[in-house]
Design a protein around this ligand. Structure first.
Ligand code: XIL
Length: 314
């Protein structure tokens, strides 16, 4: 069978990658697939680079898990996607319940972003994750409430200073179809560009539902690349209401093919990352009640029709 990253590269893309997590790396049946040359050309740590895990107390850095994933990528010859610097979720309480001024929180954002991006150089980074509400307004998290939208240029500028060669992304979900949220992202990127703030890419998370992949996906991608930035599909999974059936698995194969084909067709779409490759470790069942079976391998690490859908798409 054709391996996933090999298929992506044959189609002129940089990689087909996967999220992974530290707790999964003792599962040797899992790592045999993760480490196989030609299968995944890129990995994203699902949790270990998040703020609560890297700076759980102010100025106290815990790198063991993040380093484990970075070292794994290096020894496997895989690209690494840093995920992430600034996000409203999975924050330590010292950030969420701190008493901040504009000046003190600016330093905290600069420092946290700079430490991460400076530690893992030459990588792609989700510098800002999920800044918008679904209606396209800014999410009112601790960063926005204290700094307004300026927290985004503050983080991007700090990332660029820490590593001039890093590719800096804003990553978001529900921007894969045209609407207020995608428009908000376009307006944000235009505004950053007009201010001379570094921005290299837009990540489309792409947590989809079987049978509901947006028909405007490719057109939306093109509206992003028209801004002069690159894009990537960063967290692809396609979930279904359980139990899985043969018909749902066939539709899921078609849906994976559709998403991959859209990336293939857009030259500025550099690659695709699945949000873990097996139903055994997918975040979906614990997050979306009654749903699951969202990835290309089943919970016994057997390839599903979705795997062939990815190959077909490239
Ligand atoms: C998820 C992880 O996969 C889970 O293990 C964790 O419990 C919650 O976060 N969007 C993102 C990712 O940007 O960081 C999220 O990852 C999934 C949604």
């Amino acid at each position: 069978t054709t391996l996933l990253d090999n298929a992506a590269k044959a189609a002129g893309k940089k990689y087909l990658g996967t999220a992974t997590d530290n707790g999964e790396l003792t599962d040797t049946a899992y790592t045999a697939i993760l480490d196989e040359k030609g299968m995944f050309g890129q990995i994203t740590p699902a949790n270990s680079m998040k703020w609560e895990n890297t700076e759980p107390e102010q100025g106290v850095w815990t790198w063991t898990d993040a380093d484990q994933i970075a070292n794994l990528a290096k020894s496997n010859g895989q690209l690494l996607r840093g995920h992430n610097c600034v996000w409203y979720n999975q924050l330590p309480s010292w950030v969420t319940s701190g008493t901040w001024t504009t000046s003190t929180l600016t330093s905290v954002v600069q420092n946290h972003t700079g430490e991460l991006v400076g530690r893992y150089k030459g990588q792609v980074w989700d510098v800002v994750n999920e800044p918008f509400n679904d209606d396209g307004t800014y999410r009112e998290d601790v960063f926005y409430n204290t700094l307004g939208e300026s927290y985004i240029p503050i983080a991007l500028t700090a990332a660029r200073a820490a590593d001039p060669n890093a590719k800096l992304y804003i990553n978001e979900y529900n921007i894969e179809y045209q609407g207020s949220k995608a428009t908000a992202m376009i307006n944000l990127v235009k505004s950053l560009q007009s201010q001379g703030v570094p921005i290299d890419g837009i990540g489309l998370q792409s947590h989809f539902i079987v049978g509901e992949v947006p028909s405007t996906l490719q057109a939306t991608m093109e509206s992003f690349t028209a801004l002069g930035v690159e894009i990537a599909i960063t967290e692809l999974d396609i979930r279904m209401t359980l139990p899985e059936t043969a018909a749902l698995l066939e539709q899921q194969k078609t849906d994976y093919d559709t998403v991959i084909s859209a990336c293939r067709a857009v030259s500025g779409c550099i690659g695709v990352t699945v949000w873990d490759f097996t139903d055994k470790y997918s975040w979906v069942p614990s997050t979306f009640s009654g749903q699951g079976a969202a990835t290309p391998y089943d919970s016994n690490l057997v390839k599903k029709p979705a795997y062939d859908g990815i190959i077909a798409g490239f």
